[in-house]
Ligand binder design. Structure first.
Ligand code: PMP
Ligand code: GLU
Length: 396
């Protein structure tokens, strides 16, 4: 038989999804594993959102919708963007997809031709790298050091741009580091993007989860010249605990929205009509559920950061957004733990899972090989249990 397609064959499985599935399988097999793998809120979807979905089913809202989403959901997205981010978009500039993951893919398909370069600051969310390759692009990774707060500087960006650069992927607040760019830092990055004429795919899906009253601004709010080259990505998965509903959305200028809409009309057809109805309720209904969850995440962040930094040989920065920490395990490399030499964060993660019964994702897939990503989207009790186990494990 002929070979499978090269592009598809080169795609690696998502390491976050793989670790999550492994931990869930272990649990199902009766192993008492504590999971920090999944970047998924542990809360239930708020009841008024679920009620809207039930009503949609009873009311026979069960048919295809326009490929780019219902008028009601587009209006709701515009409303939320206006209230939360001070951004004005027309419903025609909104494209709804089956999850924000698909948004990234569609945005890349809209701007990338084979061989085009896409700049990706590391540490990055694992899927970006694979999605760039899936769209035929060439990822150009720019490493943001831990000592720089895991933030790429405008100078680093400018140095990475070549005549083949088509786009930059920005993720703010960031998965996996939880860091948040300041307005000044973003403005400096935006200046380079305008000057060098590159598109910006700005994934802002965690903007509802910010801590310490940190000031956050949307990349598209930095001026008309910035907005017109920005494709904003957002969704309901994180802020409303709706990961399984699969609704994400893109905001961009009309021409880009049209291209993405045409693409979607031939690929996914339309997102789930029921999930769209539920998302309208999420975006237009009471927002105190978001604040309640945000507060719980902040408490968990405070706890996990304190515990990690109280242990010998591991450390982490204090993130200002999302629900992840990057734990530095460089001091563990070369150690012999439980009879095995720890040569990489993969080894560390594997040993921690096997001996400590704690699941956290190794940093390699995030472009951060000396680190382990921990999602603290888990109950405070589980986090305590996991930290106790990590502490024991580190004793060797
Ligand atoms: N962007 C980032 C940065 C994420 O962490 C995630 C979570 N998987 C997504 C996009 C995708 O979210 P969704 O569940 O809507 O596909
Ligand atoms: N975004 C989450 C994570 O990073 C969910 C899993 C995934 O889609 O990667 O863990």
């Amino acid at each position: 038989m002929k070979e499978l397609a090269q592009i598809a064959s080169a795609v690696q499985v998502s390491s976050t999804m793989a670790m999550d599935m492994l931990a869930k399988q272990m649990k199902a097999d009766g192993v008492d594993v504590v999971g920090f793998g999944a970047g998924e809120p542990d809360f239930d979807t708020p009841s008024h959102i679920k009620a809207a979905a039930i009503q949609a089913i009873s009311g026979n809202v069960t048919r295809y919708t326009p490929a780019t989403g219902t008028a009601a959901l587009k209006e709701a997205v515009c409303l939320r963007m206006r209230e939360d981010c001070g951004l004005e978009y027309e419903p025609s500039q909104v494209v709804v997809t089956s999850g924000a993951k698909h948004c990234v893919y569609i945005a890349l398909r809209a701007v990338v031709d084979p061989g085009d370069e896409v700049i990706l600051p590391a540490p990055f969310w694992v899927s970006y790298l694979e999605l760039i390759k899936m769209a035929g692009g060439r990822p150009v990774v720019v490493t943001a050091q831990e000592s720089a707060g895991f933030k790429m500087t405008a100078e680093q960006l400018a140095a990475a741009v070549t005549p083949k650069t088509k786009a930059l992927i920005l993720n703010n607040p960031c998965n996996p580091t939880g860091m948040v760019y300041s307005e000044e830092e973003l403005k400096a990055i935006a200046r380079v993007c305008v000057e060098k004429d590159i598109y910006v795919i700005s994934d802002e899906i965690y903007y509802g989860l910010l801590y310490d009253r940190v000031k956050w601004v949307s990349f598209a709010s930095l001026g008309e010249d910035v907005k017109e080259r920005t494709i904003l990505i957002n969704g309901v998965s994180k802020s409303y605990a709706m990961t399984g509903w699969r609704i994400g959305y893109l905001l961009s200028k009309d021409k880009i929205a049209k291209v993405m809409g045409n693409y979607l009309s031939n690929s996914t057809g339309s997102p789930s009509s029921i999930s769209q109805a539920a998302s309208v309720a999420a975006l237009t209904g009471p927002q105190d559920c978001v604040e309640e969850m945000r507060r719980a995440f902040e408490e968990r962040r405070n706890y996990i950061v304190k515990r990690v930094n109280s242990m010998e040989g591991v450390s982490c920065l204090k993130p200002e957004g999302a629900f992840y920490i990057m734990m530095n395990v460089e001091k563990q490399l070369g150690r012999v733990l439980y009879g095995e030499v720890i040569r990489s964060s993969d080894d560390f993660s594997a040993a921690l899972l096997k001996r400590g019964l704690v699941a956290a994702v190794p940093g390699g897939g995030f472009g951060a090989p000396g680190f382990l990503r921990w999602s603290y989207a888990a109950s405070l009790d589980s986090i305590k249990k996991g930290m106790d186990r990590l502490e024991e494990f580190l004793k060797g």
